[in-house]
Design a protein. Structure first.
Length: 365
């Protein structure tokens, strides 16, 4: 409850903001321009603010399939994209756009073998031929690793994966579903693919709630108790907006995720079949940073840690644990002091590896 006069003034100000504008969060996307637009792929380059001259190897943000690309640009003041751009990094975003019923045949083969490599090449060309530093969240991180393993000739400098669960056995909340899959052999994924083209958006949103991705969304009672906390209200509003824009998983991708990654736990054997060929994580030949969320129920620490063993061909594998749940470890209010610091240090080391002095922004973050 709100007791102090200062808290009462803050609550009144927030109520007026909500009444006049309908929101507290600044949801304006970071300015960007499209540099490549192909099937299931739009690549955007973020525009730096005045006074910042981008330098160093380019950074490409890779969202999971069917997740809004806004996960990297949640809200002003708590946006990884904003943070990277203001730090003077050449920053890009892969946006796969909404999934439609006609995309039912779009699977991990196309995503890992075509969409991601095409985006990586376009970013490298735009940055003068420099290799690309990939940053992927959840399945975006797993896809980035598989693309690096399956395309040794791709211009990739390094891969940073955040909340990427490679061991399905370690995800307790997935255990009932894995038991069901063992009985049905994934028939429900086939049915959903035929009826809707994939996992429908309402089920995708429900999955977010089940896995706790939106646990900071404020319900009416808690909202009233936190009316004086503008940052908490803004963050909850931004997460609610993100989950409302969750897309659907295309049918083929849903089947592959169900069967290969979840039921068969194929990544723990080190390899998956993509496009008729075996892609082995042990063939990743670039440095890798893996970050796990201490409170992540969807990708707990023990589900991410096996990457250290599976990435035997990488010249360096660094493992870090940060605060936050599945979305919070990427872009929660504490991520600025934890995950983003790990990522900053990693990207700065990449710049040094290329013989370029890190650029320091004069714009306050």
């Amino acid at each position: 409850m709100i007791h102090s006069p200062r808290g009462l003034r803050a609550a009144t100000s927030n109520l007026l903001q909500l009444a006049l504008y309908g929101h507290v969060a600044d949801l304006r996307p970071m300015p960007a321009e499209t540099i490549d637009d192909g099937p299931h792929r739009s690549v955007r380059r973020y525009r730096p603010p005045q006074g910042v001259v981008p330098a160093g190897p380019p950074v490409l943000l890779v969202p999971p399939p069917a997740a809004p690309a806004r996960c990297y640009d949640l809200r002003r003041g708590c946006s990884l994209a904003e943070h990277l751009v203001r730090a003077g990094r050449r920053s890009y975003l892969l946006d796969q756009g909404p999934v439609r019923c006609g995309d039912r045949d779009l699977g991990l083969d196309e995503w890992v073998g075509d969409v991601l490599p095409g985006a990586i090449r376009s970013v490298s060309r735009d940055a003068g031929g420099q290799p690309v530093q990939l940053v992927g969240w959840c399945l975006g991180g797993i896809g980035s690793l598989l693309a690096a393993a399956g395309g040794p000739g791709l211009p990739i400098a390094s891969v940073a994966v955040i909340a990427a669960p490679v061991d399905a056995d370690a995800v307790r909340r997935a255990a009932p579903l894995r038991t069901l899959l063992g009985l049905t052999r994934g028939a429900e994924a086939d049915m959903l693919g035929q009826m809707f083209g994939g996992l429908p958006r309402p089920l995708g949103k429900r999955a977010c709630r089940v896995t706790g991705i939106d646990k900071c969304v404020l319900r009416p009672g808690r909202m009233l108790a936190n009316l004086d906390n503008a940052d908490l209200l803004a963050h909850a509003e931004a997460v609610d907006h993100l989950t409302d824009t969750m897309s659907a998983y295309p049918g083929c991708a849903a089947r592959q995720i169900y069967r290969t990654l979840l039921r068969d736990n194929a990544l723990m054997r080190g390899a998956v079949e993509i496009g008729g060929r075996r892609v082995d994580l042990g063939r990743v030949a670039v440095p890798v940073l893996a970050i796990a969320g201490r409170g992540d129920a969807h990708a707990p620490v023990r589900a991410v840690l096996p990457l250290v063993r599976l990435l035997g061909g990488a010249p360096q594998v660094r493992f870090e644990v940060a605060s936050g749940g599945h979305l919070g470890v990427l872009t929660g209010r504490s991520a600025r002091a934890t995950t983003w610091r790990h990522l900053d240090r990693w990207l700065d080391e990449g710049i040094v590896r290329h013989g370029i002095r890190p650029h320091r922004s004069t714009v306050p973050v």
